[in-house]
Design a protein. Structure first.
Length: 203
């Protein structure tokens, strides 16, 4: 339900992972194979001198400093801004109000229902279930309407269908209590945590 750019995140992770793998492979090759270290020394021989000549050839008029440093600073600033924008895109769509009512019948004032009113009791009820290891509930905006995203991690061996039924029973009970029927997305996951947690739960 949230608006996290998953495709962009996967591309960035793939590029970073590939770059780290290449750097790691190069470091291992330089450490283990004499031929690779010799090639590296020949390839980088005179690199410092070439860099010095490049900086000297690109000095600013009347200044001993190369304009390449200014370009590098601008590129670094752009990279920082892109990283900040990317971080701001994560988890968008989260809302703090689940419903607003008022002024429709002529009565002055507005009544708003906080998302925590639905999130906290539903999460607490799910965590009391012996076949659920972990539960998380959050309110997100879905197609312009506030809704709930319920993520549960069943215990190993638990029936996903039974867990989904339990979740929907609790959601229906919550709808009767709060008097609204927000859209609900239920995500049932699995992982090492479900396999490692013991079957007994200490309350």
């Amino acid at each position: 339900m949230n608006q996290t750019p998953r495709a962009l995140n996967r591309v960035i992770l793939a590029v970073l992972g590939l770059a780290l793998m290449l750097l790691g492979g190069l470091a291992v090759a330089l450490a283990l194979f004499p031929g690779a270290s010799g090639w590296w020394q020949r390839a980088t021989a005179g690199a410092g001198e070439r860099l010095g000549r490049l900086l000297a050839a690109t000095t600013l008029p009347g200044q001993p400093v190369s304009w390449l440093w200014a370009v590098a600073a601008v590129m670094l600033l752009v990279l920082i801004l892109l990283l900040l924008a990317w971080a701001a895109l994560q988890g968008r769509g989260r809302v703090g109000t689940l419903a607003v009512d008022g002024d429709g019948d002529g009565t002055p004032g507005i009544v708003s229902l906080s998302a925590a009113v639905a999130e906290q009791p539903l999460k607490a009820a799910l965590q009391e279930r012996p076949d659920i290891v972990h539960a998380a509930v959050a309110a997100y905006e879905y197609r312009g309407v506030p809704g709930l995203h319920v993520r549960v991690l069943p215990r190993q061996g638990a029936s996903p269908q039974a867990v989904a039924g339990e979740v929907m029973d609790l959601v229906e009970a919550l709808d009767l209590v709060v008097g609204i029927h927000p859209p609900v997305v239920v995500s049932i996951g699995s992982g090492a945590r479900a396999r490692l947690v013991r079957a007994d739960r200490v309350h």
